[in-house]
Write a protein that binds this ligand. Structure first.
Ligand code: GDP
Ligand code: IMO
Ligand code: MG
Length: 446
């Protein structure tokens, strides 16, 4: 039995969906604990591709309970569309559960997200415009609507009237938008309530009971460490806590429930949206990585910015999440390169710096200091064991493991489940988080 958190160690889109699906094979429960439909997690199984936004990536296993936890924000319109899609592909949603205390994304949240982005002009964040920030803002302001409120027809009607009256002032006066009609929104959301009612649970209690029964619970992070509201590159972040610490809050379990934390990182770095990105490539190599890696957003279709692996960022993710090990994805994307650079530190105002600065202005001034490693110039997508990898690829992974001080337990070489090397058992391997002094532990292979 082990309860495991899977988090993104960079700026999102690290391949968490693939890794969660892979690990879900031995999980009884998979929980999404933050974020909303801004997430886009891709799971490829044989010739089928599933793009999941709110539904946990364990949904493809019929006996696995999938829980959308209290820390998420739920756009019921989008969730229902997602349910329709996966059901059309033959996947049952009988085992999908939704926390009664998750907050609901309303039409005014989407409208405000879009209008606020436009109003910010050159200072825009580059949000997914899915209403995520405004939904979390209402939660913090204690004016949000939760799933349990949506299920109570009379209370919802009353709360909605008051809320829409207030939001219409913002929509009209601040953004010059058309006001919403409370009756229309009520009708629309009552339809959603009816469709989702049978999935609503006290998810914290459900997870607690699963833990008591010694079930395996997997907590699936969305977004990534550098997009964390508290620990990311503020203000260019999302509005939730994707880091491992967020899993407890966002699912209603105590920290003693957690056994291990696995970080997912690409063999290079990508970022969607605005904000500083020290290792970003603006040259042909960047375009090649984007093309070979098919780096276009799962949710918005936006082209992802691409750059070299950033060791400062990855080391930071190891620290902030207390990572036990790493899953390195998309190594195959680097197959064709002559040489590969890795950022080992930054130069900030003439000084060498190996810790992430908290100030956005300072971070924007950081220049990467690179070490250059030889490429392997051959395909790795068919490798299934470490010994199948070219020596230069193995050396590259060793380099990343030493730099990040985290062992690499999984290497991914393609989108499919089988395009994976399990270096060591990512769930039952020795705990590594605090073994810093034992540097020999930070090899690819334990
Ligand atoms: P997530 O948000 O972290 O789940 O990641 P996304 O699904 O948004 O983006 C990762 C993309 O890379 C998806 O299209 C995956 O199918 C794909 N992918 C995952 N692992 C690998 C890999 O090892 N190699 C390649 N070439 N593609 C991968
Ligand atoms: P997954 O789970 C990558 C980014 C947006 C923007 C910032 C804020 O697929 O890894 P938001 O709409 O959340 O207010 O946007 O966060 N962003 C993501 N980038 N992957 C994601 O999710 C993201 N979710 C949000 O591009 O920069
Ligand atoms: Mg994604």
């Amino acid at each position: 039995m082990a309860n495991v958190i899977v988090i993104g160690a960079q700026w999102g889109d690290e391949g968490k969906g693939k890794i969660t699906d892979l690990l879900s094979k031995s999980a009884d429960v998979v929980v999404r604990y933050q974020g909303g439909v801004n997430a886009g997690h891709t799971v490829v199984v044989e010739d089928q591709t599933f793009k999941l936004h709110l539904i946990p990536s364990g949904i493809l296993y019929p006996n696995t309970q999938c829980i959308i936890g209290n820390g998420t924000v739920i756009d019921p319109r989008e969730l229902i569309a997602e349910l329709d899609k996966v059901e059309a592909l033959g996947v049952s949603s009988d085992n999908l559960f939704i926390s009664q205390t998750a907050h609901v994304t309303m039409p005014y949240h989407r409208m405000i997200d879009q209008a606020a982005e436009e109003q910010r002009g050159s200072k825009k964040i580059g949000t997914t415009k899915r209403g995520i920030g405004p939904t979390y803002a209402d939660k913090s302001e204690r004016t949000g609507i939760r799933m349990i409120d949506l299920m109570d027809t009379d209370a919802f009607a009353e709360q909605l009237k008051w809320t829409i009256d207030n939001k219409n002032i913002v929509l009209e006066k601040l953004y010059g938008l058309e006001p919403l009609n409370a009756d229309d929104v009520f009708e629309e959301y009552q339809g959603y309530a009816d469709r989702l009612r049978s999935h609503i649970t006290d998810s914290s209690l459900q997870i607690y009971n699963a833990a008591l029964q010694k079930k395996n619970i997997l907590f699936e992070g969305a977004q990534g460490t550098l997009l964390d509201l508290d620990h990311g590159t503020y203000p260019y972040v999302t509005s939730s806590n994707p880091v491992a610490g967020g899993a407890c809050i966002g699912s209603g379990v105590g920290p003693t429930t957690i056994d291990r934390v696995i970080g997912v990182a690409k063999a290079y770095t990508t970022r969607v949206g605005e904000g500083p990105f020290p290792t970003e490539l603006h040259d042909d190599v960047g375009s090649l990585i984007c093309e070979v890696g098919a780096e276009f957003g799962t949710t918005t279709g936006r082209r992802r910015r691409c750059g070299w692996f950033d060791g400062v960022v990855a080391r930071y993710a190891v620290r902030i999440n207390g990572l036990d090990c790493l899953a390195v994805t998309k190594l195959d994307v680097l197959d064709g390169l002559d040489e590969i650079k890795v950022c080992v530190a930054y130069e900030l105002d003439g000084d060498r710096c190996t810790d992430l600065p908290s100030s956005a202005a300072q971070f924007a001034r950081c220049k990467p200091i690179y070490e250059t490693l030889p490429g392997w110039k051959q395909s790795t997508e068919h490798c299934r064991e470490l010994k199948d990898l070219p020596e230069a690829a193995l050396n590259y992974l060793e380099f990343l493991a030493k730099l990040t001080e985290a062992p690499i337990a999984i290497v991914s070489l393609g989108a499919s489940r089988d395009q994976t090397i399990i270096v060591e058992d990512p769930i039952h391997g020795p705990k590594r988080a605090l073994l810093k002094e034992n540097t020999s532990a930070f090899k690819v292979m334990a």
